[in-house]
Design a protein around this ligand. Structure first.
Ligand SMILES: [Zn+2]
Length: 80
């Protein structure tokens, strides 16, 4: 049994994070750079959500680039 599925609650709905795609947190300033990096590395654009709409995030809610307050979450959720 695969038990490695990660879920996150977005806008009150439980979503499954797609395997192999990371979850990134960014401040307002670094969103564009994070988007570009994501597309470069994974060849897909991530979904983006305001951080206040994302619950049970298993991460620090600070920008992964500069450590400032996180504003946006970048991730890929599995289409149901
Ligand atoms: Zn930043």
């Amino acid at each position: 049994m695969e038990t490695t599925e990660k879920t996150v609650v977005i806008q009150g709905k439980e979503m499954t994070i797609e395997d192999g795609y990371p979850v990134r947190v960014s401040c307002a300033e670094h969103v564009e750079r994070e988007l570009d990096d994501y597309v470069d590395q994974y060849e897909v654009a991530p979904d983006t959500y305001p951080i206040e709409q994302v619950e049970n995030l298993d991460l620090e809610k600070t920008c992964m680039v500069c450590g400032a307050e996180g504003r946006v979450v970048l991730l890929r959720v599995k289409e149901m």
